[in-house]
Design a protein around this ligand. Structure first.
Ligand SMILES: [Zn+2]
Length: 167
């Protein structure tokens, strides 16, 4: 969810809304320049072992107590694949190797990101153990899934259950 700041990050001056470059945007009168707010980008990772998918249980809101694929924000100076490997490790203590780009999702629910990039990955080292904002972590079969949260995770899992996930 992109938030628009009230003040210019460079000079601290107040921002006003002004038509510039084709739409109404925040504008700093002191710097005499438009201020561009960029989408928050997240990554989500689909990993399988045998006939099971790796899910983490959310320790915090939104979606506290529900389950989702490992995911997190891409840092401003980070490659998406590197963010995916980092987030998998932070949440599950597993070392992953990124496979394919699966999809790019716009924000369609209460998720925190504006754009979500989905990858498949394989485990190359470690044992699954909850870390960071994960309360628990587990490998789940198609017919025994826990309550899920977030549009990208739900969409990917539904495709997987239907045998329609190319990975
Ligand atoms: Zn300014």
């Amino acid at each position: 969810m992109t938030r628009i700041a009230k003040f210019c990050a460079l000079c601290g001056g107040p921002l006003v809304m002004l038509r510039h470059s084709g739409r109404v945007r925040p504008y700093c009168s002191a710097c005499d320049t438009p201020v561009f707010f960029d989408p928050k980008v997240a990554v989500v990772v689909f990993m399988e072992r045998g006939d099971r998918v790796l899910l983490i249980q959310r320790a915090i809101e939104p979606g506290k107590g529900k389950w989702a694929l490992p995911a997190g924000f891409v840092d401003h100076d980070e490659a998406p694949e590197a963010a995916a490997i980092r987030e998998v490790f932070e949440e599950t203590r597993l070392t992953a190797r990124i496979g394919r780009l699966l999809a790019v999702y716009p924000n369609r629910d209460e998720g925190l990101a504006d754009i979500v990039i989905a990858y498949s990955a394989t485990v190359i080292d470690g044992e699954a153990k909850a870390g960071d904002d994960a309360a628990d972590v587990g490998w789940f079969k198609r017919e025994a899934l826990p309550p899920l949260v977030f549009y990208p995770s739900i969409t990917l899992i539904n495709a997987w259950r239907a045998g329609a996930l190319v990975r």
